[in-house]
Ligand binder design. Sequence first.
Ligand code: CA
Ligand code: CA
Length: 669
Amino acid sequence: MKIVSCHNPAGLCQARQLIAMASCSLNHKCILGRSLRAILFAVSIVFSFGPRIRAQETTNPNAPVVKKVEPPNWWVGLTQDVVVLLSGRNLQATHAACNLPEVLVSRTQSSISGDYLFVWLKLSPQLKSGTAICRLTTAKGQTTFEFPIAARKQILGRNQGLAPDDVIYLIMPDRFANGDPTNDEPAEFPGSHDRSKPRAYHGGDLRGIKAHLPYLKDLGVTTLWLTPIVKNGAAADYHGYGAVDLYAVDPHLGTLRDYQELVEAAHQQHMKVFFDVVPNHVGPLNPWVKDPPMADWFHGTAENHLTSVSPMKAGFYGQAEKSEVTNDPFEALVDPHIPQQMRKNLTDGWFFGKLPDMNTENPLVVRYLIQNSIWWAETSGLDGYRIDTFPYVARAFWAQWHQELRRIYPRLSTIGEVFHPEPTVTSFFAGGRKGWDGIDTQLTTVFDYPLYFALRDVLLNGVPAGRITNILRQDSLYPHPEYLVPFFGNHDVSRFAGATGAAPDKLKLAFGLTLTLRGIPELYYGDELGMIGGGDPDNRRDFPGGWLADEHNAFTQQGRSREQQETFQYAQTLLSLRRAHDALRGGKLWHLASDESSYIFLRESDEEKIVIAFQNGANPKTVNISLRDTPAEAAAGISTLLGDGQADLAGQQLKLTLPPQSLTIFALQ
Ligand SMILES: [Ca+2]
Ligand SMILES: [Ca+2]
């Protein structure tokens, strides 16, 4: 964005364009003829507007000043109108107009402080492309702002969405690889960079990720989910969830160009990129908190707001009170008998009492957030959104957000974070059908938190293997269980390998189950090396080798320890098996056997049938399964694809001999 005024000889600049200019008085129908208005406006610009603006800006403290334009630019053919939010001062406009005849100002609305002005721009279908120069007039002076509107880029290969073939890899950009040491400590954030402090910026960035795409390709993942890349405000906001500017890349991570280049490079390698979007809240240091564009821009104010912590006790549903919070109490949002009073904390409260909660019932907030997501999709070509704190935003917002994005990007996929162990709760937020409230969120899918809790409980806490089966049984609650995202680690939970009860073999089992059960799996960076760490931020250690000074470079085989290589190779082999066998990707899942220590299941596609045998017991185990009346009943033979289990097929009787704590993958012929 650039503020312009025609104060130099070249300022006769747009004179030719201006002859064709249209303008409207605010909140009035245009009365003057178009050409007459255009000529009058052109004359006013050329003869009075230019030189005087500069004088006003420097000598008149009451003159309007525009410091920021959001969105900073737009594209032809995306939407019929754009509501631009200007930030600055003295913006109580009495008139606004742009020089392009295809861009009409239909309305404006300033904040009481005059620090903000909303400008409704109507884009005519005749608009090809160009930069609108829009003039604001107030009682005290004038100024202009630029609004470039470009033709859309080639859209092939952009905004692709998820497919059953995909495997997601979660990266915290600050903690993965440092591709540009010059941005480690941007001038505006002194003291923010210190690798020895777990809550400081460590220097990882977007170029570092781009440089390691070959590693990720070689590992076998297809889709990158990066934690938020927008500009954050605090020295400790390396994680990205404290936005101060929703239209800027955080300078620690690089530039907008770096992000565009990363997405382009990923697309060239047939990989996809997911953007972590947080419409629920912004950071405490966001300038809106002290000076909001509207009185009800947030739910409440810094001084007076609810907190997102629900006052409801677990005993409300007859459950035991937990000493430790392990999930968020979303039951109240799902329960049709709960009055608004008991939901309000969750949807309107400030997250943890700290993060300013966007008022997504305010139509201008909705417009702002939707335009922001369209802008990132169009500006970068990103393939989907991972949506943070999904249940904390009203469902009506999600329906509208999705509808407007899908109108432009029909394949765009979205994955919602619903941190809860019960499918009855998580499934309520998945799109594809209306809930009891009559709303379809249109969310593509959710992370499979219930399966996450079950996997950890089974593998680390010794609960029966059948708990996994018990979660899968409830797939009937989801419109599209095949799009669920199973995982065993992310940036919000302790590292699997560092958890109590973990061992390298258990980690392999976690990979084995996550990559063979139904859905589109997500892996957390570094788990392929068995990285350890407790809760946040210990679970966000630097990827070894991402920094030049690192002793070992685990991006290369030579730099990995024997144990790291073994885990890496196991994950890589599973990913390669997944690529080679469509039954492991999109195949239907059938339970064959399930008990205290084992779960044996079949994945079936048109082409093939694959049996996965998971055995969690401490001793070898033999399992006899009748294949009669299963999709595998016609199998004539069985062979091992991976693992140390033995299989004997005699007629329709399958006998499996399974080593302790093992996962074996068999192909049926
Ligand atoms: Ca850096
Ligand atoms: Ca909220």
